[in-house]
Ligand binder design. Structure first.
Ligand SMILES: *Cc1c(COP(=O)(O)O)cnc(C)c1O
Length: 377
């Protein structure tokens, strides 16, 4: 059976977790967390990076820093994971959904401005498959309307837009280190903060509303309850697992990219004769091979393809059910404009197996089976 995903594992994870345990440093903000934070800062050029317990929590932290209040509106695509909306809905905001572009499946930047009202506070672009949204346009809209930009870069680590790291372009960026992402700590994430003025509050919200981070740096002699907050810092054992992959980030990315390009090359004939569509990468976007998807004719063909692949021991999956059509989306959100592509394109999309140690032979076998499926039709 070829799984859809296998969590990344390099081999060093055991040593680093043992080190954390042996040194009796397993709580939050230990040595491994610090190494990971610094690595992210150096890699992306962001002012401050802080590991969190998930990307969901990083986004919640961003919503707290953005001071999102009941009645506020936050603009995002409907074609995304629930966490993108959850973080803001939890603060009482309404999720205002905008259609996606069919080429990248990212938010259609030309439809954002029409969704802005006097209640709008933030725009949340989601970099689908690690391919950058049109950030120049989005940042310009945000500037003109005085809105914050919170990048859902859950899939975007190691990717760039016009040379800038995804997650480090907007006011805040959120990474995920869930086991399905390029680098993992089981469950985990990080918040990236561009403006120094938010750093102190971020530390307080992340540490149960206390100034404990300052206390540990010796800046105050006792720590106290300063504000409301939560506990968003992960155990250093999880950070130890992640560190083993950040150390080998280039190698992991290259291995994924090799498989991604293999898929693209082998399936390009099917695309050329119009049977399927392949992912589109704008020339100024460097991606991280987070995902390889194809688009088929329609929902019926997708269902048949997935079951054909399954009968050949290959697990391929579809992706998001658009949020505006889900029960909570109806309750807490609204779709602005018309759903021209969100539902139609999401129905056609199939994700093929993609993970760090996926072998070239396995990838060839998967491509053979996709081609066989279309030859028989
Ligand atoms: C994975 C993912 C998340 C959630 O990440 P967690 O770390 O599991 O909270 C949010 N948004 C997108 C687009 C994702 O792909």
């Amino acid at each position: 059976m070829i799984n859809f995903n296998v969590p990344p594992f390099t081999g060093k994870e055991y040593d680093y977790i043992k080190e954390a345990v042996d040194n009796q440093k397993i709580c939050g903000d230990g040595p491994f967390t610090k190494k990971c934070n610094e690595w992210i800062e150096n890699k992306t050029g962001t002012t401050k990076a802080l590991l969190t317990t998930s990307c969901t929590h990083a986004t919640e932290l961003a919503a707290l820093l953005a001071d999102i209040k009941p009645g506020d509106e936050v603009i995002m695509p409907s074609y995304t994971f629930v966490s993108t909306a959850d973080a803001f809905v939890l603060r009482g905001a309404t999720a205002v959904f905008v259609d996606v572009r069919p080429d990248t499946m990212n938010i259609d930047e030309t439809k954002i401005e029409d969704a802005i009202t006097d209640k709008t506070r933030a725009i949340v672009p989601v970099h689908y498959a690690g391919v950058g949204c049109e950030m120049d346009v989005i940042m310009d809209i945000a500037k003109r309307h005085n809105l914050l930009v919170i990048e859902d870069a859950a899939q975007g680590i190691m990717s760039t837009y016009k040379g800038k790291a995804l997650g480090a372009i907007g006011d805040f960026g959120c990474f995920s280190f869930h086991e399905t992402k390029n680098f993992s700590m089981g469950e985990g994430g990080a918040i990236l903060i561009q403006n120094e003025k938010y750093v102190e509050n971020a530390e307080i919200f992340r540490e149960k509303g206390t100034d404990r981070s300052k206390f540990f740096r010796g800046q105050v002699d006792k720590y106290r309850w300063q504000n409301y907050g939560s506990s968003y810092l992960p155990s250093d054992m999880n950070a130890a697992y992640l560190w083993a992959q950040l150390e080998l980030a280039d190698e992991i990315t290259k291995a994924r990219m090799d498989r991604w390009e293999q898929y693209r090359d082998r399936l390009s004939k099917l695309a050329a004769i119009g049977r399927i569509e392949l992912p589109y990468i704008p020339e100024y976007c460097a991606h991280n091979a987070h995902m390889f998807y194809i688009k088929v004719k329609d929902l019926a063909e997708r269902t048949e393809l997935i079951s054909f692949l399954r009968s050949n021991d290959i697990l391929a999956v579809f992706h998001y059910v658009p949020l505006h059509s889900a029960p909570a989306g109806i309750k807490y959100g609204r779709f602005n404009g018309t759903d021209e592509y969100t539902t139609k394109e999401s129905d056609r999309l199939v994700r093929l197996p993609m993970y760090y140690k996926l072998a070239a032979e396995q990838t060839d076998y998967i491509c053979d089976k996709v081609i066989e499926f279309y030859n028989k039709r």
